[in-house]
Design a protein around this ligand. Sequence first.
Ligand code: GRF
Length: 207
Amino acid sequence: MSQLQLGVFASGRGSNFTAILKAIDDGRLDAVVRVLVSNNDDAGALETAQDRGIPTAVIRRKGFPSRDEFIEAHIDVLKNHGVDFVVLAGYMKMIPEAVIQQYRHRIVNIHPALLPSFGGKGMYGHFVHEAVLARGCKVSGVTIHIVDEIYDNGPIVTQRCIPVEAADTPDTLAARVLKTEHILYAETLQLFAEERVEIRDGLAAIR
Ligand code: GRF
C-alpha cells in the first residue's frame, strides 16, 4: 500500500473531483489531494478545492512567455506539492509530453465511453454520447486509462458497461454514465494505491 499523493487536473464543474474527495473522506481511497490544477478560472473544481483548503493553480499558455516555461510550470507545480500520481478529471487540454515522461504510467484519465470507440480529438462531453446514440450502440460505459502521448490511447485500466436504453437522449445517457464514473474512478485509484496495477507490454493488468 502506498498513499497516493494526487495532483488533480480539471477544467469544468468537477463532479469527478468531488467524488474522489468523498471517497477519500469515506476511507474508500487511500490518497491525499496535494493540488488542483486548472486551465480555467471559472472551473467549479477550483472552488471545491478552495473551499476545502486544497492548494490550486491555474496554468494557461498565455500566462507564460514561452512554451517551455508553460510546460515547466506543470512540472514545478506537481513537484512543489509532492505529487506522485496525476488524475485528469475533465481536463480539456493535452498534458505536455515532458510531464507524461516524468510521470510515466502515473497519469490516468477518465472517458465517458468504452474506448477505443468514441474517443480521440473532439470526442468529449455531449459529443461522445451523441455519437454513441447515433451509432445505435446497445451499451456504452466508462473507461479509465493511463495517459500517454496520444489522445485517449494509453493502456486501459478499468472499464464498466452501461446499457443504452431506447428512450435515451445524450443527456440521460450522460447522467447514468457520470454516476458510474464517480464510483469507478475512486475504485480504480484505490487499485493504484494498493499497487495492484501492472503495465506490461503496453497493457495494464490488475493483480
Ligand atoms: C466526465 O464525463 C469525464 O468522463 C470527462 O469529462 C467529464 C468531466 O465531468 N473526461 P466533471 O467535471 O468531473 O463533472
